[in-house]
Design a binder for this molecule. Structure first.
Ligand code: F6R
Length: 633
């Protein structure tokens, strides 16, 4: 987390830095800061809280500098106070550094540098970096193999070789007014190529308004940006040949387009996202007698054939999508599947199973826990040296330009377009679509269900965009009104079973993260084993109850809650008399095949969370303590 930006060129840097930070604020918003260099001066401005506070401080300040760096922070080491805000400087304030990541060995380095007389002013891990660079500028190690004569680059190279952890850096110095140095080690960093000007940022939206020519640095690379061009080196100092790629994102995609919040806009984009996924991955003309698979994922046989087992690694909302995926892979494709929190798996992996497909699911493609778990799994399988344990790795992500896409050889893109709201919505639905396609592809290959049943599921998938539009049209106003009833509610329970149990978890997570209301998601049948003790008239229960194998069971579980005076809200099939009799408030969705229902049932719980949070006047798109891209462990 944290967003970093940098600029070197012919325009005033500070406004470019601020515009860039606006697009990166989703990565953290505990504090923000910029530093620029011109005419022998390092000008640094920092402010606690959101970017707007920094903008207020910068108003009226004349700053013609054409070189600068900026940062928006998600606090890891040190409270979110101004003295901990980036950029950080060395003792003489000649070098400024912004960092995204964590320096794990900062304590030792800090002690070593303090002993050498460096004066520290913050509680952060980052501050060791400018001091270490200053140290190597004054006392360089005699080992440079760089083809450039840049002393700054060489000192930075020596410094980063001492750093342990995951980090992306942008660095400037008064003494080197034509250089912006950037570093990448396990945290994202992209460089934008303009005409006589160059940009760097944690994420491409900060660069997109200026250029579509972007180079994404790999781990272990350092780049030197000057008005003349970009040179890239590896950490040992070898020059690398690198060329920018052309992006095809459109800046219009990152505007609110009349919606009050990005989250609401993104909820409304879901029918379009499902349509795009269908157009991309489904053979629209397919029929059961077509003689080939209906799915176009372009994945090799060696990845998908003869699987005995699937394991899925993910975090947060992506973990919830993976639980739906598990249901589909087991019930449709007939393959035993486990879903693990990436952060847990990494330190306690299950013993190796043969012929296993490992799937990493991450919308950002940058979640440190997920990347580390996948890397570890890939490495240990390779190290086993046995064919049956060979890694078969698949990534599901919304960012084809992400670290995941570089780590994993086979990727399914979720086609949702950039998501700005910190609470994931449309990318969750897109991840579910990826799992439908994967389960159907495997079902076709393994003949685990009949071609007619595959045809039925595909027909159902094709109806989803119009059905999503119907849910949005019919519920928006009602959910907004309903949200008024929960102005003072402190706890919520969400229940669901089978394929809709993950939707109960997702409903509870959405509510927690944007409205700060305590919420729990439970498998409905588990309520009676303990959580039912929480229920009284003050605790609303949202039940996801769609027609299918467990419909009557969920209704009975809802009745059990009603008997404890809980207010019952039902996400239920449209025009269902039994549901109308059971629930106090109804959020109806079209009555579809149970297998497809999560795509529809998630929408009312997203809307409910959104309206409760918006009604409370909360910052829906940037909830407290969160960040969209969690690049620290
Ligand atoms: C919740 C949310 C988070 C993310 C989690 C994983 O709305 O967005 O729980 O799902 O941080 O992020 P990705 O999918 O980028 O790996």
């Amino acid at each position: 987390m944290c967003g970093i930006v940098g600029y070197i060129g012919t325009q005033a840097a500070s406004s470019i830095l601020i515009e860039g930070l606006k697009t990166l604020e989703y990565r953290g918003y505990d504090s923000a800061g910029v530093a620029t260099v011109s005419e022998g001066k390092l000008q640094r401005t920092r402010a606690k809280g959101k970017l707007v506070n920094l903008q207020t401080k910068l108003e009226g300040l004349e700053d013609p500098s054409r070189l600068g760096i900026g940062h928006t922070r998600w606090a890891t080491h040190g409270k979110p106070e101004e003295h901990n805000a980036h950029p950080h400087t060395d003792t003489k304030e000649r070098i400024a550094v912004v960092q995204n990541g964590i320096i794990e060995n900062y304590r030792e380095l800090r002690a070593e540098l303090k002993d050498k007389g460096h004066h520290f002013r913050s509680d952060t891990d980052t501050e060791v970096i400018p001091h270490l660079i200053a140290e190597y500028l004054e006392n360089p190690l005699d080992e440079s193999i760089l083809t450039t004569q840049s002393e700054l680059l060489e000192a930075i190279r020596q410094a980063v070789n001492r750093l342990q952890g995951a980090f992306a850096l942008a660095i400037i110095s008064i003494d080197f007014p034509d250089e912006l140095i950037v570093v990448r080690q396990q945290a994202p960093l992209a460089i934008g190529f303009g005409q006589g000007e160059f940009f760097c940022a944690s994420d491409t939206p900060a660069i997109m308004p200026y250029t579509q020519a972007v180079l994404t640095l790999e781990n272990g690379e350092i780049a030197r940006l000057t008005p003349m061009g970009v040179e890239v080196y590896d950490f040992p100092g070898h020059r690398l040949k690198k060329k920018p790629q052309t992006l095809n994102w459109n800046p219009i995609m990152v505007e609110k387009q009349g919606f009050k919040h990005f989250m609401l806009k993104e909820i409304y984009e879901q029918p379009g996202v499902v349509r795009t996924c269908l157009e991309t991955y489904l053979d629209t003309a397919w029929e059961p007698n077509s003689g080939h698979s209906p799915i176009r994922l372009a994945l090799p046989d060696a990845l998908l054939n003869d699987l005995q087992h699937i394991q899925i690694l993910a975090c947060g909302t992506s973990w919830h999508a993976s639980l739906v995926g598990k249901y589909l892979l087991e019930q449709v494709a007939g393959i035993p599947t486990v879903v693990q929190y990436a952060s847990e798996f990494r330190y306690a992996p299950a013993p190796l199973m043969p012929n296993t497909l490992t799937i990493g699911v991450t919308q950002s493609g940058e979640t440190a826990d997920t990347l580390a778990a996948l890397d570890m799994e890939q490495t240990r399988r390779l190290a086993s040296g046995k064919a049956q344990y060979a890694p078969r790795m698949l990534g599901i992500t919304n960012r084809m330009d992400s670290s995941l896409a570089r780590l994993i050889p086979h990727i399914v893109g979720t086609m949702a377009g950039i998501e700005i709201g910190v609470a994931a919505t449309k990318t969750f639905v897109a991840q579910l679509m990826a799992f439908y396609f994967l389960a159907l592809e495997l079902a076709y290959r393994r003949q685990s269900i009949s071609l007619e049943r595959i045809g039925e599921i595909i027909d159902g998938l094709r109806q989803l965009p119009a059905q999503l539009e119907l849910v949005l049209e019919s519920q928006e106003r009602y959910v907004e009104e309903l949200s008024h009833d929960f102005a003072d509610t402190k706890d919520f329970i969400f229940i669901g079973r089978g394929i809709n149990y993950p939707i109960a978890l997702e409903g509870a997570l959405k509510l927690k993260e944007i409205s700060y209301i305590h919420a729990e998601g439970y498998p409905a049948g588990e309520m009676k084993h303990g959580p039912i003790a929480l229920l009284d008239e003050k605790v609303p229960v949202v039940a996801i109850a769609t027609k299918g194998t467990v419909y009557e069971k969920v209704l009975s579980n809802a009745q059990e809650a009603k008997a404890r005076d809980a207010r019952l809200i039902g996400v239920v099939p449209m025009n269902d008399v039994e549901a109308e009799e059971t629930f106090d408030a109804l959020l109806p969705v079209p009555d579809v095949d149970e297998l497809l229902s999560p795509i529809l049932t998630v929408v009312p719980v997203q809307l409910l969370s959104y309206h409760i949070a918006a009604r409370r006047g909360l910052d829906v798109d940037q909830p407290r303590n969160l960040a969209k891209s969690v690049t620290v462990e």
